[in-house]
Design a protein. Structure first.
Length: 297
C-alpha cells in the first residue's frame, strides 16, 4: 500500500508546488520522471532563436473540454521588449505562460517564437530559450553554488560569480563562512524570501535565456526588498524579451506594453499612461490598488 501512496504523495507535492506558480515546472517533471502531456513530433528540429519575438495567434484553450479559458487570444511581444499581462484572478494569465512553455497544447491557433511554431520544435530546445523568475522560488536542499549553477549544466565558477554579482547576491554569499559551498534549505541556512529570489535570478542568469518570464506569485516581500528586486530584474530584462505576469500593477507600470486580460479575452492593451487615459478596466484596477496600498500604509 505504501508503494501506491508514495508516488501519489510526490505528485501531490509537485501539484501544490506547480499551483503556486510556474516554479521550474520542467525541472519538476524531469525530477519525478513524469511523462508530460505533450510529445515532440518525430524528427522535430530544435528551436533556433536569433530575434526572440513571441506571437500568440488566435489561441483557443481549455484545461477541460467543457470550459474554454482562452477564447481566440492574439498578441505579439516584439523581440527585446517587455510586455506585462494583468487582469482579474482567473483571467488566464498564468495559463499563457504555461502554453508558452508548452506544458499544454492549444485546441487551435499557434504560438510562435521567432517565427517558429513551438508545437513543431523539441520541448527541450524550447525550454532552453526561456528563463522563469518566480517570486516564490524553490531552492534545492544543496549548496548555494549548486542552486545557482543549476541554470546550466557545466557552468564554471566564473559564470556563477558573475551571475551572483548581477543578481546582487554576491556580497551576501561572500560573507558566509563557506561561501558558495554553504548548504541552504531544510538542512542548512534559511534564506529570506528576497535572498531566495536573488538566487533564482542568478540561476536564470547562468542559463542566459533570450526570453524571460517573470511570474509574480502572491509573495510577501517587504516593499523595500521588492523595490530592490524590481531594480535588479529590470537590469536583467534589458536586451531580453520579457513577459511579466503581474497581480500588482505598480510592479509593471513601466512595461513597453500592458495586456489587460479579462475572462480569456484581451480587454485592452497599451502603455500604462494610455490605459489610464482610457479610463476603463485597467484604470479601475489601478485606482483600486492605489487606494488599497494607501489604506495599508
Ligand atoms: P490568478 O491571478 O488568480 O493567478 P490567472 O489569471 O493566472 O489567475 P489562470 O491560472 O491562468 O488564471 O487560470 C485561468 C482559469 O483556468 C481559472 O478559472 C482556473 O481555475 C483554470 N485552471 C487553471 N489551471 C487549471 C488546471 N490545471 N485544470 C483546470 N483548470 C485550471
Amino acid at each position: 500500500l505504501m508503494q501506491l501512496f508514495r508516488p501519489l504523495d510526490m505528485l501531490g507535492m509537485v501539484y501544490r508546488t506547480v499551483r503556486q506558480g510556474l516554479i521550474d515546472m520542467a525541472e519538476m517533471f524531469r525530477l519525478i520522471d513524469t511523462e508530460a502531456e505533450v510529445k515532440d513530433a518525430p524528427g522535430a528540429p530544435a528551436l533556433v532563436v536569433s530575434r526572440p519575438s513571441i506571437t500568440f495567434d488566435n489561441i483557443v484553450f481549455g484545461y477541460e473540454n467543457e470550459r474554454t479559458i482562452l477564447h481566440g487570444l492574439s498578441f505579439e511581444v516584439e523581440a527585446g521588449s517587455s510586455v506585462a499581462i494583468v487582469g482579474p484572478s482567473g483571467a488566464g494569465k498564468s495559463t499563457i505562460a504555461r502554453l508558452l512553455f508548452r506544458f499544454y497544447d492549444p485546441a487551435s491557433g499557434r504560438i510562435l517564437i521567432d517565427g517558429q511554431d513551438i508545437a513543431r520544435v523539441t520541448q527541450e530546445s524550447l525550454r532552453a530559450q526561456i528563463g522563469i523568475v518566480p517570486q516564490d522560488s524553490v531552492l534545492f536542499n544543496d549548496t548555494i553554488g549548486y542552486n545557482i549553477a543549476y541554470g546550466r549544466e557545466g557552468a564554471d565558477e566564473e559564470t556563477m560569480v558573475a551571475a551572483a554579482r548581477a543578481a546582487a547576491i554576491l556580497p551576501f554569499i561572500e560573507r558566509l563562512p563557506d561561501g558558495f559551498d554553504t548548504e541552504v534549505g531544510e538542512r542548512g541556512l534559511k534564506l529570506s524570501g528576497g535572498e531566495k529570489q536573488r538566487v533564482a535570478i542568478a540561476r536564470t542568469l547562468v542559463k542566459d535565456p533570450p526570453i524571460l518570464v517573470l511570474d509574480e506569485a502572491t509573495s510577501a516581500l517587504d516593499s523595500r526588498t521588492e523595490q530592490d528586486i524590481l531594480r535588479t530584474l529590470k537590469q536583467v530584462s534589458e536586451h531580453r524579451t520579457t513577459l511579466a505576469i503581474a497581480h500588482r500593477l505598480s510592479t509593471i507600470a513601466d512595461s513597453d506594453r500592458i495586456l489587460v486580460l479579462d475572462q480569456g479575452r484581451l480587454a485592452e492593451t497599451g502603455t500604462h499612461a494610455e490605459l489610464l487615459r482610457k479610463g476603463e478596466l485597467y484604470a479601475e484596477m489601478w485606482a483600486r490598488q492605489q487606494a488599497e496600498e494607501a489604506a495599508v500604509e
